[in-house]
Structure formats: C-alpha cells, structure tokens
Ligand binder design. Structure first.
Ligand SMILES: C[S@@+](CC[C@H](N)C(=O)[O-])C[C@H]1O[C@@H](n2cnc3c(N)ncnc32)[C@H](O)[C@@H]1O
Length: 385
C-alpha cells in the first residue's frame, strides 16, 4: 500500500457496503453473486463485500436493484458521544479524503443508546475536522470535491461510510420526464427479475406509464448494465483512479449482447406512450420494445410470456380500481402459460383478480406499503416461493 498510504487507502481490499431497499436484499445478493462476489455478508439492509477501486466502480455500474454503494471507513461500538467522537477520529481519514475535501455528514440511529441523529451528525463532523487539524496542522478549507459521509447507528454499533454513488442508483439517467406515480428504476428492475424473465418469451407491461418496467426488461434481456451512462460521486474524487472506472465501463460494454426480444409496453394514455418511447431512446433500447396506446382489457397474446406491472391504485391515481382489477383477472384468465407479477397496495387484490398468488412479498413504493403478487399458469412452476 505504498502509493495509497499518502492519501488514498482503497487500492487495497476495503469494505464495500451495497445498500438495498427493504425487501430487495436477496435480489441484490443474487446480483452480486452473479458478478462473482461470493463471500458476502448480509447485515441490516447492507451486503458487505471486500474489494478495491475496480470493484467499487463495477458494483455501481452493474447493480440493478441496489440503492447505493458505500465504502465502510470504520465500524465500532458507540454508547456515548465520547465513544462516537473517538471512534470517528481514530479513522485514518487521510487515506480516504483529500486535504481540501468538502465533507457533509448525514446520520441515522436505530435501536441504540444514542438516538439523536442530529447530535451524531455534528459529532461525526467535529471528529473529522479534529482529525484534519491533527494530520495537517491547519483548519480544513473544504474547497475541494464533496464527500458524503454517513454515520449509521444500529444496536449501538456505529458504521461510518463514504457514499461512492452520489445520486441514488435508481437514477439511471434515461428518465427525464415523469408520468403519474412512476416507479423507481431499481424497483422496476426488481419486478422484472422476480417475474423470472430472462429475455425469452413475450414480456408485457400493459400499464407502462413512463416506460420504466419495459426499459428495465430490455436492459436485462440484452445484458446492458443499468448505470453504464451516468456519473458517480467517485468520478469527482481526485484520488480515484480513472483507469478502474474505465475498465468497469469497458467490461460492461463488452458484456452487452443484443438479442431479439418481444417486449411490449402499453398504456391507455397517449402521452405516457410518447414519454415511454422517449425514455427508451435515451436508454438505447427503443428497438427492443413495441410501445402502443391500448386498454389493458384488449391484451391478447400467443402462448407463453410474462405480464409485469405497477398497477394504478387509488391513493395515486383516480378511477374505479376494483372494476379494473377484476377485468385484469379476466384478461389474465384468457392467456396461456403466463407468469404475472403485479405491484399494488390493495390487500384484497387476489379476491378481485379471482386467483390465489403463488407468492406475496411486502415492498415499499415511494413509502407506500405495497404487496407484490406473483401468479403463474405454468404447470410444475419452479419459481421462488
Ligand atoms: C402506476 S402507473 C404506472 C407507472 C409506471 N410503472 C412508471 O414507472 O412510470 C399506472 C398507469 O396505468 C395506466 N392505466 C390506467 N388504466 C389503464 C387501462 N385500463 N389500460 C391501460 N393502462 C391503464 C395509467 O395511464 C398509468 O400510466
């Protein structure tokens, strides 16, 4: 670690934390395993991985369902503000931050003696400033690039992490306009993965809104890394080696395999169809999806496929949802050999849809508690229950 000793301590194996939303931990874990990270530890909504700069870039570029990728700078027990201060100060910040780094701190406290997020935030900042004085014998100027530090206390263990993603990983960059009640791209990808779709057969979202679900399906089918076209916080860090980012992008580009797909995106609203097409173009998958304006009730298909939708529902969209869900059940009953995955907060959905789900999962969509209902018409269904 000769070069990095001076400033940047992460050329060696560091602790990387992949943070996920509630209910998506196991999916993100499977994604990491697919990338070859087998020695994973799952802890409180985080997956811990040992890796270097290239891994940090690669995880940010490739993960479809993770919220952010962080560097864990330190982790220790803190049951008093003194312990928190000393623990943060003990971290060798000169390995992570430039001398002129602008440091912003956020904090959250769960099931701990220290439960004031505001106090933990200001103590963390004070300890980093104190360490700066000790190392450089000057006051920090904070005129350089920004580092967002998170102090997270869970059951009295403080985890101090540096956010390497910047904007949340759901911000792929292709969606610049918003329909009513759009789905986070990470959740859209999760729905596609949970349906079992891998690029074969017909895939349809009959309520496509701004196009999120068909676009994520097209990227999955063609093995396009979700974040291949955006920047991350680490791109601005002077000490982060550009070559590791360039290598992650090169690798992601070489993994793209454009295949023939049958992906359908429909919506009853013509403006949504236009918007979806625009977003698909921005994502580079417009040739992989057929968008059209249509009522869900008119969906017909040949044998075999996937229906995946974030359904309209009362709290976010007006209309008679009970009748719509009943008609959706009738439409599904006319299909053959289809898997279906629907997200809605409606707790009596199975009754209206007139079929028992093979699996139900609790997920949150923009803080609204929802249920993801999975249905299948396949005999000998092998999916995860
Ligand atoms: C919750 S939004 C979908 C949002 C989408 N997942 C996204 O990320 O933008 C539901 C969509 O269903 C559409 N819709 C409502 N009733 C419909 C029907 N009968 N047939 C087709 N689309 C319908 C609405 O126009 C709306 O765009």
């Amino acid at each position: 670690m000769s070069r990095s000793k001076k400033h940047w301590g992460v050329t060696e194996k560091m602790d990387i934390s992949v943070n996920t939303a509630f209910g998506l931990e196991s999916l993100a874990k499977r994604e990491c395993e697919k990338l070859g990270y087998v020695d994973l530890k799952a802890k409180n909504g985080r997956l811990l991985i040992k890796g270097g700069n290239f891994d940090l870039a690669r995880l940010n570029v490739n993960l479809r369902t993770a919220e952010r990728v962080m560097i864990v700078a330190g982790s220790f027990t803190a049951m008093s503000f003194d312990e928190l201060f000393e623990g943060v100060k003990a971290i060798e910040w000169q390995y992570f931050l430039n001398e002129n780094a602008k440091v912003t701190v956020t904090s959250k406290c769960v099931k701990s003696v220290l439960m004031s997020a505001r106090s933990c935030q200001s103590i963390t900042k004070k300890a980093i400033v104190e360490k700066h004085r000790q190392i450089y014998s000057t006051e920090p100027t904070e005129t350089g690039e920004e580092y967002k530090i998170e102090c997270s206390l869970y059951e009295n263990v403080a985890t101090i992490s540096i956010d390497s993603s910047g904007e949340g990983l759901h911000k792929r960059g292709y969606r610049d306009l918003s329909a009513v009640a759009p789905l986070k791209e990470t959740l859209g990808a999760a729905l596609v993965l949970l349906s079992g779709y891998k690029g074969e057969g017909v895939f349809a979202d009959c309520f496509c809104g701004s196009g999120t679900i068909p676009i994520e399906a097209a990227m999955i089918a063609n093995n396009i890394a979700p974040n291949i076209n955006r920047w991350f916080a680490f791109n601005k860090w002077k000490n982060f080696p550009d070559r590791d980012y360039a290598r992650a992008i090169e690798q992601a580009k070489s993994n793209i395999k454009m295949t023939k797909t049958e992906i359908i995106g429909r919506d009853i609203d013509a403006d949504c169809v236009k918007m979806s097409l625009r977003h698909a173009k921005r994502a580079g998958v417009e040739n992989a999806i057929q968008f059209s304006r249509a009522d869900m009730r008119d969906y017909k298909s040949v044998d075999g496929g996937y229906l995946v939708s974030n359904l309209p529902y009362g709290e976010r969209l007006s209309g008679d949802m009970n009748a719509l869900y009943t008609d959706l059940g009738r439409m599904y009953a006319r299909l053959n050999n289809y898997n279906a995955v629907f997200l809605t907060p409606c707790m009596v959905f199975e009754k209206l849809f007139n079929r028992k789900a093979v699996k139900k999962r609790k997920l949150f969509n923009a803080n609204i508690e929802c249920c993801l209902y999975s249905f299948t018409q396949l005999k000998n269904y092998q999916g995860k229950r």
